[in-house]
Design a protein around this ligand. Structure first.
Ligand SMILES: *Cc1c(COP(=O)(O)O)cnc(C)c1O
Length: 449
């Protein structure tokens, strides 16, 4: 069903082409999706109506033999490429050696090696330590635990449009009600929200936006009560919002001056995605703690908190951990993926993909004022759609373009508080031709709506 060919920087040797042999979903996918509807909780929704069976390079292949261009990487996860051969080999070898001991029962070297790598790769030339977990939300929860223990304070500030996960504490930190929070309260206490820098909508300089946020925090929370400030250096689910220059450094300096732990949530932006190993580097900040997950292990579930050793060590022995955190197979996958990020030119590749994305989208924007803003860094780029007369968000147009693109075999994701942003997060193993073809489909969809 699936033609095999040599190809792709990473991933199984799937033919690197968009190929629709049925309308989506095809009959086999339709069957599996019907079983999904019967067997899987309705709250676990999906956006692309296929049952995936293989993926690699820049394509996802479904159960009917359709081959879709992947501009989403499973939400910024398969950054090295899906089923990357080096990751797949590391996983297979590790699974034959040891699958689990629980690191809190009997430690193993793979976990230690991932911690060493993260301590070395994250920004900041100071002593660091790491703890490993299973998901981004779990990493965020633990970063807050550590910051509270370190400071002896309780309050946490998060930002408008921020997204930090779906567990109870991280729902409280997340800004958007529908679909993430609605009906799921009560939420964790001592979480406060500050205004974000959103240059396209607020027109403020970074310094002015930071002053606005800090005044609100000082008046409504008080620095003395504040354990941590958590922020995504470039917001993900909230709309790929890139803060104005200067915003993040002012916040980080203020935190340092007031003994507040500054946490950068790099779960979506980390690992070469933005054309730097971590997005914090673009803004010249050295966070006290960094949370990572998504791209870390080529698709295996793994997450981390990395930061200043004296902060990381404030939790007492036994205070941090979890049954599966830092599972040996996930760690082996991470070590393989991290080697690819470091040695196979992926940072440069992300920057080159970013050039293509931003130049092509900027050309579309010049021709169609409904595309109000193009922003992002590296292979993390967004297009925000608006009513050109008023600047009001146009979620209907955004949804229509995304739906049309998917029907034509291009996987794109939407995001944004107002649902009016299409985000581009291709795997860094995608070829230029496929990326350009995906953008052609988006351009056609925009022209048709
Ligand atoms: C996805 C995401 C999370 C949550 O990660 P999960 O692995 O889904 O729990 C947290 N923060 C950011 C910035 C994210 O993008």
């Amino acid at each position: 069903m699936t033609t095999i060919e040599t190809t792709a920087i990473g991933g199984p040797a799937l033919v690197q082409e968009r190929r629709l042999v049925t309308a989506l979903p095809g009959p086999r996918s339709r069957e599996i999706l019907a079983r999904k509807a019967d067997a899987v909780a309705a709250g676990v929704a999906h956006t692309v109506p296929i049952a995936a069976v293989a993926a690699g390079g820049g394509v996802v292949v479904d159960a009917d033999g359709n081959s879709l261009i992947d501009l989403g990487s499973g939400i910024a996860v398969t950054t090295v490429g899906n089923a990357h051969p080096k990751v797949a080999a590391a996983v297979a070898a590790q699974a034959e050696r040891i699958t689990h001991t629980c690191f809190m029962i009997s430690p193993y070297e793979e976990y230690v090696a991932v911690a060493e790598a993260l301590n070395r790769l994250t920004p900041g030339d100071f002593a660091k330590k790491t703890a490993l977990f299973n998901s981004g939300a779990e990493a965020v929860e633990n970063a807050v635990k550590i910051a509270r223990k370190h400071t002896g304070r309780q309050a946490v500030v998060a930002f408008e449009h921020g997204y930090h996960g779906r567990t109870n504490l991280t729902m409280a930190l997340t800004a958007k009600s529908m679909p993430y929070k609605s009906g799921f309260g009560p939420f964790a206490p001592e979480v406060y929200r500050a205004p974000m820098s959103y240059p396209f909508r607020d027109g403020l300089s970074g310094a002015d936006a930071a002053a606005r946020a800090l005044t609100q925090i000082e008046k409504q929370v008080g620095a003395d009560n504040l354990a941590a400030m958590i922020i995504e250096p470039i917001q993900g689910e909230g709309g790929f919002i890139v803060p104005a220059d200067g915003f993040l450094p002012v916040l980080a300096d203020w935190c340092r001056a007031h003994g507040v732990v500054f946490i950068a949530d790099e779960v979506q932006t980390g690992f070469a995605r933005t054309g730097a190993m971590f997005a914090s580097e673009h803004f010249g900040i050295e966070p006290d703690l960094i949370t990572t997950a998504k791209g870390i292990a080529g698709g295996l579930p793994l997450a981390a908190v990395t930061g200043r050793a004296e902060i990381m060590d404030s939790a007492h022995p036994g205070g941090l951990g979890g049954t599966y955190g830092g599972n040996p197979i996930a760690c082996a996958a991470a070590l393989a993926a991290l080697a690819v990020f470091e040695h196979d030119g992926l940072i440069e590749r992300a920057a080159a993909i970013g050039e293509i994305l931003t130049s092509r989208l900027a050309a579309l924007r010049a021709a169609d004022p409904r595309l109000g803003d193009v922003r992002g860094k590296g292979a993390m780029v967004a297009a925000e759609f608006v009513d050109p007369a008023t600047g009001a968000p146009d979620a209907a147009l955004t949804a229509a373009i995304a739906k049309a693109a998917i029907a034509e075999g291009v996987i794109v994701l939407t995001c944004g508080t107002f649902g009016n942003v299409i985000r581009f997060l291709p795997p860094l193993s995608i070829g230029d031709d496929l990326l350009n073809e995906g953008l052609d489909v988006i351009a056609d969809a925009l022209a048709a709506h």
